[in-house]
Design a protein around this ligand. Structure first.
Ligand code: PRP
Length: 209
């Protein structure tokens, strides 16, 4: 049996995905211990997990350092990696939105200042609407930008809406709903299609997607 290398995103989505995989026959007890390791092996069931930053999952899979990975559709839309998107896992549901002060009115006489960690998604969205923007690339706490006058609006993930609400902001437009996807390296699909299909089935059965 060939070992399947899985890039898991650090955080809640990765933990949920691991729990499903562990129940479905891909456990790795050391993953459940409190430690700072990044690689976890279980030779007996042919699996090796890598823990990576969510936005790096596509990099490991595209370059073949991992055979498969679990990643949000938002990250796929942003990075457009050359990988196979095998299925929607139905977990990690949220949406990419334009948000800003409630009742915000766009002044079309000047470029719209948009703060985001999704520059590609934001540029594509506004270019389809022929709206000129000034893009401000941030890495986190995006909601702060319009509050302190750094931007007019933001393009960001909204899950429960709590962060927006607690900062006096509101959804102005929904760009796209997103959820977690199971992705695979293209060459790996050729050489270990069976192993990848088995893992996909296990994930779909466990998530009920
Ligand atoms: C994400 C996103 C929002 C928040 C939305 O941030 O960028 O800030 O979650 O969730 P909510 O609608 O349930 O409040 P994340 O926690 O990833 O941190 P970040 O500030 O580093 O982007």
């Amino acid at each position: 049996m060939r070992t399947i290398r899985v890039a898991l995103p650090k955080g809640r989505l990765g933990e949920k995905s691991y729990a499903v995989l562990a129940r479905a026959g891909y456990p790795c007890p050391e993953m459940e211990e409190e430690n700072r390791r990044l690689i976890f092996d279980n030779e007996a069931c042919g699996v090796r997990y890598f823990l990576v930053k969510p936005s790096d999952v596509t990099v490991y899979v595209e370059r073949g350092a991992a055979d498969v990975g679990i990643v949000g559709k938002d990250i796929l839309l942003e990075a457009e990696p050359d990988v196979y998107e095998l299925c929607d896992l139905g977990m990690g549901r949220c949406r990419v939105c334009v948000a800003g002060p409630a009742g915000f009115r766009d002044d079309h006489t000047r470029p719209l200042r948009v703060a985001t960690k999704f520059p590609h998604i934001a540029r594509r969205y506004y270019s389809q609407r022929s709206r000129e923007i000034e893009l401000i690339r941030l890495n986190g706490s995006i909601e702060l930008a319009p509050l302190v006058g750094l931007s007019d609006v933001i393009v960001d993930i909204v899950e429960t809406g709590t962060t927006l609400k607690e900062n006096g902001l509101a959804v102005l437009e929904t760009i796209v709903p997103v959820s977690a996807r199971f992705i695979a390296n293209k060459a790996s699909c050729k050489f270990m299609g069976e192993e990848i299909t088995a893992m996909q089935r296990a994930l779909l059965a466990g998530t009920g997607a």
